[in-house]
Ligand binder design. Structure first.
Ligand code: ATP
Length: 481
């Protein structure tokens, strides 16, 4: 038992270290910076640097390609962030989008009661506890305040997560609006526009990628929980089912598509992911079946990466009731009905965190002097890598620079390419490994004679001599492999 405990401690220490290493690498190398840093920072706000922005875009592009470009049954939209407040009344967010806020009576810090309970007794047990019981249960279980260690809690109070803002010059109730709490509602309110303009026949989906905002009580774990984040959501509309198999069929098909996206498109290992089904206590009253797809995040354990639900006709019905708009689907024979909806909801920024953790690799390698050193490599799938090719001339001498600058200019239209001249070649390789660049091209003095360069493969570190005139095609083939 002692050995097991030690082992477990070491393992979780290792995992904690991994998150620390990722945070530090992200800042050091230009993936993600703490937000508003020159003004002393702002808690849990993050800015994406050149490599982070590129990686995020690459994940989003692959998602769009898989679910919009390659499918004839899904169209994409880009709706407004600031919407009529009635949208959020209709969706239920104004009344129900609440987290249980508890105050520590000792240090006055505020926390999410349900999350602290989950850490202590797990999600399933926490779901059995009603809102009113949360404060008492926390005291009974001796849950310590993460800020001061005290165990004296207030009762839970409802805290609405919608971000309020005001339209125009008057900051009063009449002019209140909300930043969208999810991208999904932008889809439902455009349902009629899509029917009117796009010739979509059921079943069909509407997809959207964009920012969402939630006034989270305890944002934490780097970019896992932030107040401003990005989602990639699809509302997939089906005919009202006559029996369970009518919705179970497309629901299960979607489960396969989601799994394929994470495993095949992004290369995330199935052993780091699991599907957790909501029980009756956790599931929304209008949903017939809901899952969280979870990733095994270091420091945090299993945490939600993706939400998946069959939402029945709840959302369209609500918008019909609140807006009076005709959101019915009409058959050619004149029959009309409200479609039902299956919702795969991807968190783009949480997926980006999973990708960073998944592909961070440390390898023992032999250095030039024969000693062993640790090589840090981001082994991203090539299509996700922020930079695809780095051109590294061995010297800054004019004749060499001329050749390498020409290669740089020729490759830029095809690939995200960098040209780096400073530091030893070893240091430059190390940087490119850390940002996950699949290929480094070295230009040396021999290049002037043989009109060829050396291409180094990130994963195998093998080097190959390639004629400069063949380089673009050589690399294109490599990216298609
Ligand atoms: P959680 O239980 O972690 O608060 P949720 O159930 O409220 O998440 P959903 O409303 O299902 O999340 O949102 C869909 C997806 O959006 C989530 O699976 C997650 O990937 C992402 N997401 C939600 N809230 C945040 C946040 N505060 N920061 C980053 N990503 C988020």
């Amino acid at each position: 038992m002692i050995i097991y405990n030690l082992l477990w401690k070491n393992m979780s220490k290792k995992k904690e270290n991994l998150m620390e290493k990722i945070v530090s690498l992200c800042k050091r190398r230009g993936f993600i910076f703490p937000g508003s840093e020159i003004y002393g920072g702002m808690a849990n706000s993050w800015d994406y640097g050149p490599y982070g922005a590129e990686l995020k875009k690459n994940i989003a592009d692959r998602w769009w390609k898989t679910f919009v470009q390659e499918r004839e049954d899904i169209v994409g939209i880009d709706s407004a962030i600031i919407t009529n407040p009635k949208v959020w009344e209709a969706s239920g967010h104004v009344a129900n989008f609440n987290d249980p806020l508890v105050d520590c009576l000792k240090c006055k810090a505020r926390h999410r009661g349900d999350k602290l309970l989950e850490e202590k007794i797990g999600v399933d047990e926490t779901n059995k506890i009603s809102f009113e019981e949360i404060g008492g249960k926390m005291k009974e279980l001796g849950i310590a305040c993460p800020t001061c260690g005290g165990v004296d809690w207030t009762e839970a109070r409802k805290f609405n997560l919608l971000f309020e803002t005001h339209i125009g010059v008057l900051a009063d109730k009449k002019h209140t609006a909300y930043l969208r709490g999810e991208t999904a509602q932008g889809i439902f309110i455009n349902f009629k526009n899509i029917l009117d303009t796009q010739q979509m026949k059921l079943p069909f989906g509407i997809a959207q990628i964009g920012k969402a905002f939630r006034n989270e009580i305890t944002p934490k774990n780097f970019i896992f929980r932030t107040r401003e984040f990005e989602q990639m959501e699809i509302e997939y509309f089906i005919r009202p089912p006559k029996d369970e198999k009518d919705w179970r069929g497309p629901f299960e098909k979607w489960q396969k598509d989601i799994k394929n996206f994470f495993e095949k498109d992004l290369g995330i290992s199935s052993k780091n992911m699991r599907w957790r089904r909501h029980d009756d206590n956790e599931r929304s009253f209008y949903s017939k079946d809901t899952y969280d797809v979870e990733y095994n995040y270091p420091t945090l354990g299993w945490g939600e990466l993706h939400g998946f639900a069959y939402r029945t006709d709840y959302d369209l019905k609500q918008h019909i009731e609140f807006s009076g708009a005709d959101l019915y689907y009409r058959e050619e024979n004149g029959d009309k009905f409200i479609p039902h909806c299956i919702e795969p909801s991807f968190g783009l920024t949480r997926t980006l965190l999973a990708v960073l953790l998944e592909f961070y690799t440390e390898e023992e390698v032999k250095a030039a002097g024969g000693e062993t050193e640790t090589r840090v490599v981001m082994k991203f799938p090539k299509h996700l890598s922020p930079i695809k090719v780095a051109i590294l001339p061995l010297s800054k001498k004019e004749d060499l620079m001329k050749v390498s600058q020409k290669i740089f200019a020729d490759l830029r239209p095809h690939f995200m390419t960098e040209h780096h001249t400073s530091g030893s070649i070893g240091k430059r390789y190390r940087k490119q490994d850390e940002i996950g660049t699949p290929f480094c091209v070295t230009v040396d003095f021999e290049s002037l004679e043989d009109k060829a360069v050396t291409v180094r493969d990130r994963d195998t570190m093998k080097q190959e001599r390639v004629k400069i005139k063949d380089l673009a095609d050589y690399l294109k083939n490599k990216f298609e492999e």
